[in-house]
Write a protein that binds this ligand. Structure first.
Ligand code: TRP
Length: 318
């Protein structure tokens, strides 16, 4: 039996190149027998408008499908289509010390950023633990910012198993090779900095974003340093060795302006994501197809979660 890998994606905005090179690409590369879900319960801690949440959820599903997630190979579903996880969350609360949640870095960060702390935000790690344990997951591929949450999940599963006997499989995490992606202003690409390049966009909007990438003010004729340039940095994410060498040589020689470099970057982004972009917009025009894929995934996910939930209910005296 292959190890089951599971990960959740928050539908909290439009997916951008940072998300793609940081996580989505790895998810899609390892999709056989994987469970991926759109964490819309979790997103309710930050997205407060119902229509917006529905739209982000659909767009996130369309993105994964357009980028090559095959619903025959992986199980793709909406978190809220498996309400079993919310009951499992309750069963975990009584084995979870309040002190454990008080130590959650993500919660403390949010509060430090001025977010009004809701109980939902506080309980975030317990819901996340339920997500993971509900499917007997072996491996959770996550970014390094989520490691503490997985440790907490292991903690909760261990406490439950101690109190009630062996019930949950203890998961491991896997941190992919982090690929730092810079935004148009040279800082880390992030929705909160408003410096992202969306994976899917209209040609016009994409061009505008690429042309807005910050560079130094060297003139056309001057030689330029590829290693300190934001345009070159982004080019590296997608370019072949040969393309990279050519661009680097152009920079160093001089007579090659940032405008030309940006046009070349734009060409490469279109080459990399053009077909997926067409699929993405076509899918959004046929939301029933997206829904079909999600429902198929939800059926499989519910079956798996029901088994685990029944085990946990019985073990704990319900
Ligand atoms: N907290 C995760 C993030 O923001 C999303 C998530 C929710 C998740 N539940 C999960 C990831 C379960 C892995 C496993 O990235």
């Amino acid at each position: 039996m292959t190890a089951r890998s599971l990960s959740g994606i928050q539908p909290s905005g439009r997916l951008h190149l940072g998300n793609y090179f940081g996580a989505i690409r790895q998810h899609i590369a390892k999709q056989d027998d994987a469970f991926y879900f759109i964490a819309n319960y979790h997103a309710q801690t930050t997205v407060f408008d119902a229509e917006t949440l529905r739209r982000y959820t659909l767009e996130t599903a369309a993105s994964y499908l357009a980028l090559g997630l095959d619903p025959e190979r992986a199980t793709l579903f909406r978190q809220s289509d498996v309400p079993q996880v919310t009951e499992l969350m309750w069963l975990l609360t009584s084995v979870t010390g309040k002190g454990l949640l008080d130590r959650a870095v993500s919660y403390k960060d949010r509060v430090a950023q001025g977010v009004t702390p809701s109980l939902g935000l506080y309980m975030y790690p317990v819901l996340m633990a339920a997500d993971i344990l509900a499917y007997d997951s072996d491996i959770v591929p996550v970014g390094s910012d989520q490691v503490q949450h997985i440790e907490m999940c292991r903690d909760m599963a261990g406490s439950f198993n101690n109190r009630y006997g062996d019930t949950f499989k203890i998961p491991d995490y896997e941190i992919g090779t982090p690929v730092p992606v810079k935004g148009v202003d040279g800082r880390k690409m992030s929705k909160s900095y408003d410096n992202t390049i969306p994976i899917f966009d209209t040609a016009k909007a994409l061009k505008k974003k690429v042309m807005s990438i910050t560079t130094d003010s060297k003139g056309l004729d001057e030689p330029k340093d590829p290693d300190t340039c934001n345009v070159f940095d982004m080019y590296k994410l997608m370019a072949s060795e040969e393309e990279l060498e050519t661009m680097a040589a152009n920079y160093r020689r001089g007579g090659y302006g940032y405008g030309a470099a940006k046009k070349e970057l734009l060409r490469l982004i279109n080459e990399t994501f053009g077909d997926a972009t067409e699929r993405y917009f076509a899918l959004l025009n046929t939301p029933d197809d997206i829904e079909d894929a999600l429902q198929k995934g939800a059926e499989k996910a519910r079956a798996a979660a029901t088994k685990v939930l029944n085990r946990a209910r019985a073990a704990s005296g319900l």
